[in-house]
Design a protein around this ligand. Structure first.
Ligand code: ZN
Length: 405
């Protein structure tokens, strides 16, 4: 099912769209506010965390690769293959097998891509995608192409060369993936030591000492509670922004009420709400603002969280709110109708709701902030629509720097 995203024509060629940020509203655009600089809009910050989840990915960020001559020379491999056609024609390589031929093609493309000049990374990705049909080991994106050196360890075998990746090797890597930290001090030790050193001495960039600081920590909820040494996100006093105590309803802790005192770095440091804490985080030693520097990002909380959950109820959970399958189709047709008039500011254009499970956060965001107002109007029950409008208004206001002022 994961391939849906790749089949979708506007995802594969995401780089073709030059706009890499999704403005919130016209007001933002006219006021010239950069979404990077405001607190409410976290999607750019999140990009580094999980590029797939609707945030701006690295590929989108850098659409064009401009190589200087220096970079090319640094690489050291630029001279072998890249020269004029005449020279290359003389030394026709002899490959012992397909693997070597394949490696040669990969190396050649890498060297060619690193030659001086301007190269569209979207086009390069397109080429790699096409070639990967013929060459199974061909990297499918420039990220892999530039980072990975394929080092095949071929073994002689009657009838040809043989490459065995090994089972234990693979399983060892799986262990790494499932790594779950247990001791936060151990887990953060190297990081804290390095940051401490950088904070004290600054970062020496080619002879110039630059001041170093950490702006924000962007983590998912379980990791935040682990790093901050606070109770988990299901706890009664788990809210990281205020000291409201949750109430237990329907097998879950619900935060009801608006009368909680806002937490601050100071109140955190002085443990004014002892039930919120589980220990002392190593980050406190390096002067981290344990409240202000931990961003609660809209991508995870609002789009992958609340909004997607609302969709789940509309489409799947039985109850008065559930939408009839035919109705969902009609709503989808409205969304598809909007497709052609969707501005290029959006990474992904509207598509049928039958893919809702695979929707990226940016698609859910677009529906909640824009398309939904029209697509659901007069089609869903009045109460359901009003409920949606409440969500829409909240998120629209919270996402707009000018409205938040
Ligand atoms: Zn709160």
């Amino acid at each position: 099912m994961k391939n849906t995203g790749q089949r979708n024509s506007d995802s594969g060629g995401g780089g073709s769209c030059v706009n890499n940020s999704e403005p919130i509203s016209d007001e933002d655009r006219s006021s010239g506010l950069n979404s990077d600089s405001n607190v409410g809009e976290g999607s750019n910050d999140v990009g580094g965390n999980s590029s797939d989840e609707g945030a701006v990915s690295d590929e989108d960020r850098v659409n064009v690769l401009e190589n200087s001559k220096e970079e090319c020379d640094d690489d050291g491999g630029g001279d072998d293959v890249s020269d004029e056609a005449g020279e290359a024609g003389d030394a026709r390589p002899n490959f012992r097998n397909d693997g070597e031929g394949q490696q040669f093609v990969i190396d050649s493309i890498r060297e060619w891509a690193l030659e001086p000049g301007v190269l569209s990374l979207a086009k390069l990705d397109g080429l790699l995608g096409r070639l990967s049909n013929a060459f199974p080991h061909m990297p499918k994106s420039h990220v892999t192409l530039f980072n990975c050196q394929y080092d095949f360890d071929f073994k002689d075998h009657p009838g040809g060369l043989f490459w065995d990746k090994g089972i234990r090797n693979n399983l060892d890597k799986l262990e790494d993936l499932n790594f779950e930290p247990s001791d936060v001090k151990l887990f953060l030790h190297d990081y804290v030591t390095e940051v401490e050193e950088l904070l004290e001495n600054g970062y020496n960039y080619r002879g110039t000492v630059l001041e170093f600081c950490v702006r924000n920590y962007i983590l998912d909820a379980p990791m935040r509670s682990f790093i901050k040494c606070i109770i988990g996100h299901g706890g009664y006093r788990s809210c990281e922004q205020c000291d409201l105590c949750g109430e237990y309803h329907d097998n879950r802790v619900t935060m009801v009420g608006l009368d909680g005192q806002l937490r601050s770095d100071d109140s955190f440091r002085h443990r004014l709400d002892p039930e919120h804490h589980k220990g002392e985080s190593p980050l406190e030693k390096i002067g981290t603002g344990m409240v202000s520097q931990f961003r609660l990002d809209p991508m995870h909380l609002l789009y992958a969280g609340v909004s997607k959950r609302l969709m789940k109820f509309w489409f799947e959970v039985n109850g008065a709110w559930k939408l009839h399958a035919q109705l969902v189709e009609i709503i989808s047709s409205v969304l598809i109708f909007l497709r052609d008039s969707c501005p290029t500011d959006f990474n992904r254009r509207p598509r049928s709701l039958k893919y809702w499970r695979n929707f990226k956060c940016t698609e859910i965001r677009r529906i909640v902030l824009y398309d939904g107002i029209l697509a659901f109007k007069d089609l869903v029950d009045d109460n359901v629509y009003k409920h949606f409008l409440l969500l829409h208004c909240c998120l629209y206001i919270l996402s707009s720097p000018s409205l938040l002022q």
